[in-house]
Design a protein around this ligand. Structure first.
Ligand code: NAG
Ligand code: NAG
Ligand code: NAG
Ligand code: NAG
Ligand code: NAG
Length: 316
């Protein structure tokens, strides 16, 4: 009989723990993301095509591409029914397509927005600058493009109105970008005037996605680590460092660009650092996963009041 009270207290602690875990995963913050823009740039000449979609946004469907042109907000697609698909602009036109674009779901969840500028026929210069934020550490090339040009020309580049250099190939590269490279950029070409200005945003290098979203696990629990949502790019691999040993998280190199599924977490082989890597150069931030040796039977989650389970928990 005496064992009853500590037993119940232990059970209560376990229950509390489960409740905390559930609340935590409910309140996780979702990165609001950006619409996908193809080609990935903010400036277009009149009559060029562009596609804006909500792909890659949080794995959910039901997103709609919205636009705000001269203060007027509407779906980017011409009808509400087709507006959950990508928005294809075949012939961009300055007054009807220059503006702000974002994704929206149920009128509540909103992504960040991107600004698209379509130049009119008189303007012969655009700056090719990415529409989606670039990741910290990336080398970003800005291209100053002259309409109908088939030879190289010297372009001057400006950030926040201040000259940052010129280039005879029309390209300028910002290597290893950081937050301090954010700003308004434009370029000019001697005999063809200058481009509109656009904002370059630089994003923190992101984190791998861990499901369930926590850092500590019991032995035998399943864990999935993936590179989803990282910069909309493919080719990321989940890497791990366990006791100083670095390797792909998946067992083979071929399968390693997919999610890394650990079906039975084990303290010595799975506790460690996990991150995403692309081409051996670009790296995300890392997360540390700890698997504790304490073994809790999965039955505990299901049949929580069985005296047998309470006993088996006392043993651990
Ligand atoms: C997009 O344009 C709007 C209106 O001109 C402006 O308020 C906003 O700051 C711009 N956003 C970016 C990311 O440049
Ligand atoms: C950036 O460029 C430098 C040299 O030009 C190169 O060594 C480096 O690997 C590049 N970084 C990325 C992320 O591509
Ligand atoms: C134009 O620039 C590119 C890249 O810098 C270079 O490879 C090419 O030879 C140049 N062409 C001419 C005609 O100068
Ligand atoms: C890139 O910049 C960061 C700091 O901004 C620095 O720690 C890192 O060494 C740089 N990488 C390269 C390849 O220059
Ligand atoms: C993860 O663990 C490593 C090695 O113990 C440590 O150096 C690093 O600071 C940890 N990172 C975080 C984000 O806790």
């Amino acid at each position: 009989m005496e064992i009853r009270f500590p037993t119940i207290r232990l059970l209560m602690n376990v229950l509390m723990l489960l409740v905390i875990v559930v609340e935590f995963s409910d309140s996780q913050i979702h990165n609001s993301g950006f619409p996908q823009v193809v080609p990935n740039r903010q400036q277009l000449f009149q009559a060029e095509p562009i596609t804006i979609s909500c792909e890659g946004l949080n794995g959910l469907t039901g997103w709609r591409v919205m636009k705000k042109i001269n203060g007027d907000v509407r779906t980017c697609a011409s009808t509400w029914e087709t507006s959950t698909g990508p928005c294809n602009i075949i012939n961009a036109y300055p007054s009807s397509d220059s503006g702000e674009y974002w994704c929206e779901m149920g009128g509540i969840q909103k992504s960040n927005s991107v600004n698209i500028t379509v130049t009119d026929l008189e303007n012969h210069v655009i700056l090719e600058i990415p529409a989606q934020p670039v990741m910290q550490g990336e080398n970003v090339t800005l291209h100053c493009r002259k309409k109908d040009a088939n030879s190289n020309y010297t372009a001057k580049f400006y950030k926040n109105g201040i000259s940052i250099g010129s280039s005879s190939s029309g390209n300028i590269m910002a290597p290893n970008v950081s937050k301090s490279d954010e700003g308004l950029y434009k370029c000019s070409i001697a005999d063809a005037e200058e481009s509109p200005e656009s904002w370059l945003s630089v994003e923190d290098s992101g984190f791998p996605q861990v499901v369930p979203n926590r850092q500590q696990f019991f032995k035998s629990e399943p864990i999935t680590i993936s590179c989803e949502g990282l910069n909309g790019l493919t080719g990321w691999r989940v890497m791990k460092k366990i006791n100083g040993d670095v390797r792909t998280c998946a067992s083979t190199w071929e399968a390693s660009t997919g999610p890394c599924k650990i079906s039975n977490a084990y303290p010595t082989t799975d506790s460690g650092e996990y991150w995403c890597e692309m081409g051996g150069i670009q790296k995300s931030n890392s997360v540390n996963v700890t698997v504790t040796g304490k073994y809790i039977e999965m039955k505990l989650y299901v049949n929580i009041f069985s005296p047998f389970i309470i006993f088996s928990c006392l043993v651990c």
